[in-house]
Design a protein. Structure first.
Length: 158
């Protein structure tokens, strides 16, 4: 058999990134996601939602709540309040939080990559090999700076 014949008959094997875990995760959340404000998930009374579809299949993945001006104002107020504590938190403590987030991203990398690909239609290779690892690296990078903040950025105005 010649190489050209082999290429004509080659079939792709199944991807190791099965959507089963993502489908189960979406089902566990009733395929509806609210707004995360002040450390809690909320679905405002009368809020409209919009669907998220898998562009590859047209399958509806979930509904997401649309924030209105009131919810945006609540989120900004909560962030301002949280910043009062965060800005006085020592760099080493900040780093611990950021490192923990990075490790959790790595722990759930496969689920996040499959969900990302299902939500936006990117090839799994891009989500798995670039997007999710880059996300984790961003948190590691900023954790590193937070850890060095008191020593290296001592004269930096906060």
């Amino acid at each position: 058999m010649e190489i050209s014949e082999i290429f004509k008959t080659m079939q792709y094997g199944p991807a190791p990134e099965s959507p089963t875990a993502v489908q189960a995760w979406l089902d566990d959340h009733q395929r509806k996601f609210g707004l995360f404000i002040n450390n809690q998930w909320i679905i405002p009374e009368g809020a409209s939602s919009y669907p998220s579809y898998n562009p590859a299949s047209g399958e509806k993945l979930a509904d997401t709540v649309q924030a209105g001006q009131k919810e945006v104002d609540q989120a900004v107020a909560a962030a301002r309040q949280a910043f009062k504590t965060w800005c006085t938190t020592p760099g080493v403590t900040r780093a611990r939080y950021l490192y923990a987030i990075a490790r959790n991203i790595q722990k759930h990398a496969r689920l996040l990559a499959v969900l990302e690909s299902m939500d936006n239609g990117k090839p799994i290779r891009e989500s798995r090999d670039i997007d999710v690892p880059l996300l984790a690296r961003h948190f590691y990078y900023h954790a590193g700076w937070a850890q060095l903040m008191d020593k290296e950025l001592n004269d930096y105005s906060r």
